[in-house]
Design a protein around this ligand. Sequence first.
Ligand code: NAP
Length: 285
Amino acid sequence: MAAIIDGKKISAEIRAEIKEETEALKAQGITAGLAVIIVGNDPASEVYVRNKGRACGEVGIYSEIIALPENTSEAELLEKIDALNARREINGILVQLPLPKHINEKAVTARILPEKDVDAFHYENVGRITLGKPRFLPCTPAGVMELLHRSGVEIAGKECVVVGRSNIVGKPMAQLLLGENGTVTICHSKTADVASHTRRSDILVSSVGKAGFITGDMIKKGAVVIDVGINRTPDGKLCGDVDFASVEPLASMITPVPGGVGPMTITMLLKNTLTAAKLQNNTNV
Ligand code: NAP
C-alpha cells in the first residue's frame, strides 16, 4: 500500500511559512503585492482568480484583481501590463490563461517585466531555469518538487519519467528533476510505447490530462507516482490521470486528486510573489 502524499497538509505548512515571512517583511515596511489580470468571463478562470486573491489575503500579500471585458484589445492589455510594471507596490503580475483568441499569449507574457513574472513564463525566466539559475520556478512543477522534498523522496540518480511536454508543466518539470540529478525521460503523444518508459521509472509524473491514462501495468513496484492531471469523470467527479485503484497498491507513495498537486500551485505563486518582493526591495528577511 502506498503512502499518500498529502498536498493539502504540505501546502498549509508552506503557506504558514510564507505568512511568517510576509509579516517579517511588513515589519520592514514592505508589503508584497500581486496583480492578477483576467480577460473575459471564463467561469473556471474566474474561480482560479478568486482563489488566488483569497490565498494572498490569507498569507498577508496585497492583491489586486483586474477584470477586463472579453473584447479588450491586445494593445489595451499591454498598456495595463505596462502600468503595473511601473507600480512599485506591485511585485508580481499574472495574466490568467487562456486569453481570448484575438490576443497573442506570447506577446502578453513577454511584456511582463521578468522580475515581476511570478508565473515564470517569460522567455528570460524560462532561459534561467534551463541554465540552472532560476529567479522564479514555474508554479505547478515547483509544487511537485516541494511535495517530493517534503516527503523525503531522493531524486539524484533516480529514473524519472515525465509524461507530457507542455511549456507550463511537462518541460519545466523535466528541467527541475534534471537540475536535481534525476535521469529524466519525457514522454508525449508521439512516444511509441509510453508504458515501456513508465515501467522503468522510480519517480513518475503524469501531466497528460486524460482520466485513467496511467494504469497499474505501467508502474514499477515501489515507484513514487505524482498525478498532475485534473480531469472530470463522465459523472462530473474530479480525477487525475492515474487510475488510483490499480496503481496505488504498487506505488510506494502517490498523490491523490483532489488534494495532491492541486493545492500546491497557488502556494508556489504566493512563494514567488514573496521572492519578487524581496528581490525588488533588496532584502532577504
Ligand atoms: P497540455 O498542454 O494539453 O499537455 C498535455 C501533454 O500530454 C502534451 O505534451 C501531450 O503530448 C501529452 N499527451 C497527450 N496524449 C498523450 C498520450 N496518449 N501519450 C503520451 N502523452 C500524451 O496540458 P497541460 O497544461 O500540461 O496540463 C496537463 C494536465 O495537468 C491537465 O489535466 C491539466 O488540467 C493539469 N494541470 C494541473 C495543474 C495543477 O495545479 N494540478 C496545473 C496545470 C495543469 P504532445 O505534446 O505530443 O501533444
